[in-house]
Write a protein that binds this ligand. Sequence first.
Ligand code: CUA
Length: 155
Amino acid sequence: MKIDLYEKAYLAVSGVLLVFCLAALLYAATVRGIHLPTHVAEVDPHRLAQTPPFDRPGVRQTGPNQYEAVIVGRAWVFDPAVIEVPAGAEVTFTATSADVIHGFNIATTRVNMMLIPGQVTRMVYRFRSPGEYLLICHEFCGIGHHTMAGKVVVR
Ligand code: CUA
């Protein structure tokens, strides 16, 4: 079987790209410590009302210009449904689910997490401009899925 010169070049470029992408993935995961925003801790989904910080969902200031937003997702609401934070502040979203798997996506931002019962999901984000940001559940979670939404108000 004769392999055309262009075919050989194409195969070589594909091979190099594969190795490069794998190396980039390994570099990001090991050296830079970049992981999916999930499973930072475990929690009993049936005892959230007695388990800090989920016994008091809401936003609290944790330092100068630092806030933590604690959120519980359950069919079919986010608790709290309205999250208020200042523009430019570092906001740590700490969230979990009380029942089934929910999504947690803040439109027009890169905040995109899964809320999994029994697991704590965490992600840090900074809203640069004031405004209202739509928060939606983007994982099908039952008959009321399309109604599961909230908002982030950035002052
Ligand atoms: Cu919660 Cu879809």
